[in-house]
Design a protein around this ligand. Structure first.
Ligand SMILES: Cc1ncc(COP(=O)(O)O)c(C=O)c1O
Length: 431
């Protein structure tokens, strides 16, 4: 066995870093510089030729040029980011949205059709429907839970077969935790690919990655992250990432250089620190989420719990996907309170420890109201169709003591006035 075969959590401590290039520092320092000195003019010329893909430099390694193109912190971070997903390469970005937007415009051109899964993160939804639409890219949505035949039918009805260029998936769906079969999407992409175009499958893996879902292993071409979430893990930075084959990441990086959506050296350094504890953080959060979900399920002021351990296990189609695609139930739990928006707000306004904030995947637990916050921009009709209710609260369960999280949830639930609601209509376990 060589050190290259070590598990990702071991590799996170030093992979890609050579202490001898940094005065022996055990950790990679922050290379807070905008530009790099060439040894000679000939070297500078060669680096630029390599950056522009000119022939004659096969087998050579391009050196450092300018921090909108490359930087040591970013390069070492990218070496580590690809490991969890088993990708050939990774690209790091200034945010999850810049990773998503840069990737989509790298492969879509006017006239192309993008097939996407519903519901998706509000920012992505807006980008697809406003920006891409303005540039002549048509988006067609399918719902988590739609069978392959239903999606094929929709592609045909929209005359989309010839123009379909990408299938964009977010699974589990935010905030309902509905699952989508990535291998099914990959089969669809293959069926609509031909000699002129390869239909790509891109998966936003923010909710379950990089630990518990590995989309490339199920046939996806690109994995996307808001690294602001679990990868960063401390709610103190904004970043994004794309992982895939060398060829695909090369194309994405070319657009990244044009747009300048690259990550900065200090954030890269923070992410390397975060990656060292990623596994234990995610495992601790998932263990807490299981206890929180169990507590919510039996509470009289809770109508429905959206947690993979319940929703997916009580639906044969979802259970099939869960078992082949996931390594955990995750740490995101949504629930409907008994009542409506007012009762959900009463719960949120009475939390004493859990912070009322959007985002997820941090060490601390967070709670928000998807209907009026993260998903505010999605049409009311569409939200209703997707089961995204006004009574829904989304919890990102952190790594605190589970009993303390549950204490806070219990005392805030007790503040909801049950007077006008009789009985408990439905448990997720019965869905
Ligand atoms: C699933 C998902 N994808 C993408 C994003 C966008 O990431 P960022 O805020 O880092 O730009 C978010 C942010 O909440 C998200 O939840």
């Amino acid at each position: 066995m060589s050190t290259n075969n070590f598990a990702p959590e071991t590799q996170m401590m030093g992979y890609g870093y050579k202490p001898e290039l940094s005065e022996g520092a055990v950790k990679c320092p922050v290379f807070q510089t905008s530009t790099f000195v060439f040894k000679t003019a000939e070297e500078g010329k060669a680096f630029f030729e390599m950056a522009h893909g000119k022939p004659g430099h096969e087998g050579e390694t391009m050196g450092l040029i300018y921090s909108r193109i490359n930087n040591p912190d970013m390069e070492i971070l990218e070496e580590r980011l690809k490991l969890w997903d088993g990708g050939e390469a990774a690209a790091a970005f200034s945010s999850g949205m810049s990773a998503i937007a840069t990737t989509l415009v790298s492969f879509l051109k006017p006239g192309d059709i993008l097939l996407f899964s519903n519901p998706i993160y509000g920012g992505t939804h807006k980008f697809i429907h406003y920006m891409l639409n303005n540039w002549g890219v048509k988006a067609i949505g399918f719902n988590a839970g739609d069978h392959k035949e239903m999606i094929i039918d929709m592609i045909n009805k929209n005359n989309a077969a010839d123009k379909l260029k990408m299938i964009y998936v977010e699974t589990p769906a935010n905030p309902t935790n509905d699952l989508i079969d990535i291998a099914m999407c990959s089969d669809l992409a293959a069926a609509y690919s031909n000699q002129e175009k390869k239909v790509l499958v891109a998966v936003d893996n923010t909710y379950m990655g990089p630990l518990w879902q590995h989309p490339l292993k199920h046939g996806a071409d690109i994995v996307l992250y808001s690294a602001t979430k679990y990868i960063g893990g401390h709610s103190d930075l904004i970043a994004g990432a794309a992982v895939g084959s060398t060829e695909i990441i090369k194309q994405i990086k070319k657009s990244r250089t044009f747009f300048g959506t690259i990550i900065d050296p200090h954030t890269s350094w923070l992410l390397m620190r975060s990656l060292e504890t990623l596994k234990i953080r995610m495992e601790a959060a998932a263990a807490n989420a299981e206890k929180v979900a169990a507590f919510l399920l039996q509470h009289k002021r809770v109508e429905k719990v959206y947690y993979l351990g319940y929703t997916a296990l009580n639906n044969p189609d979802q259970e099939y996907i869960l078992k082949k695609q996931y390594l955990s139930f995750g740490a995101m739990v949504s629930f409907d309170v008994v009542g409506g928006e007012q009762e959900a707000f009463t719960f949120l306004n009475n939390l004493k420890h859990i912070k009322l904030a959007v985002s997820l995947g941090g060490t601390e637990s967070l709670a928000e109201h998807p209907y009026s916050m993260t998903h505010a921009d999605i049409d009311e009709e569409e939200k209703n169709r997707l089961g995204l209710t006004k009574k829904m609260v989304r919890l990102s369960v952190g790594i605190e003591n589970a009993a303390d999280i549950i204490w806070d949830i219990e005392q805030a639930l007790e503040k909801i006035n049950l007077k006008s609601y009789i009985g408990k209509p439905q448990l997720a376990a019965q869905v």
